[in-house]
Design a protein around this ligand. Sequence first.
Ligand code: XUL
Ligand code: MN
Length: 349
Amino acid sequence: MAKINGEYRFSFGPWNIHEGEDPFGPVVRRPVALSRKLKLYKGLGFDGVQFHDDDAVPDLDSKSHEQVMKEARALKKRLDSEGLTAEFVAPRLWFARETIDGAYTSNDPKCRRYAIDRSKTSIDIANVLGTNRIVLWLAREGSYIRETKNPREEVLQIVEALNAMLDYDPNVRILIEPKPNEPVDSAIIPSIGHAIGLSYLTCDPARVGGLVESAHSILAGFDPSDDMAYALAHDKLWSVHLNDQSGLKFDEDKSFGSADLRRAFNQVRVLEEYSYGRNGEWVGLDVKAMRTQKQAGNTKHLANSRKTFLMLLDKVATLDRDLEAALIKARDYEELDRYILCHLMGEKY
Ligand code: XUL
Ligand code: MN
């Protein structure tokens, strides 16, 4: 396998081994305990674990801070014994009753306070797990109907929350994971451009960056590789959630490259060409197995997505750059289109 920049490190979250429930039907696979999931990582080719705060410490709202820290320390021991690294902690700000109307942007000030307090707890958990990275998927920050929220106020409320987190811990790095809709109709930070713009409103823009998820970019009508490039141009691509998405539907979290191989190739290419990973960034996956998948094959989507990434890396390495440059120079983009397709299909050009 040809390599340009060397090795990549891969990560995923325990929620990516899941039981297959959807809004229309119950679970179809047996749950797998976190301790069992952690034992599977290395064999699948992964060294990094992404956590929601309550993946790390279940039911944390019902526990004292001391108890939460104790359980986080026990988890850190388990990670160490499996040779795994925590990539980030993401506060789950969309599940509790307090987040029904949004988290940082709820119309109830008590609920906004809950969201900020919970984010601080996530920072404490992250520190125990040995990472300074907090991912914010702003799931419910937006609206179902515009009149319920003041959109300018919402932006400033999120800035206030980010500032509270940045003040709380001078080492924390906040990665915003934008998504244009679902569960809300209209997210207030729908794209990586919005996320990066938001970073400059905070008290320390250098500590606020982004995580680009392929499916979320596609849902916003953008090309994920362009979104990644945009964040790279700002030195703010601090993580990715590679997956795939078939058009504008619900968030599908399909295996990487499974809907559009060429689009996946261009994501691998932009990461590779701009030395993604050089500063310790992980290649994260956010993929779900199809509901039809049986118990025994419940991790294939993870191993397959990683293999597809590595195979596409080979396609990046073996691309004929001189030919590409000559076709660009001649402005013969139809011919370039054909060459790229031949290259991806492994056909003689
Ligand atoms: C939601 C999503 C989340 C985040 C982590 O669509 O992608 O899994 O990645 O909270
Ligand atoms: Mn994601």
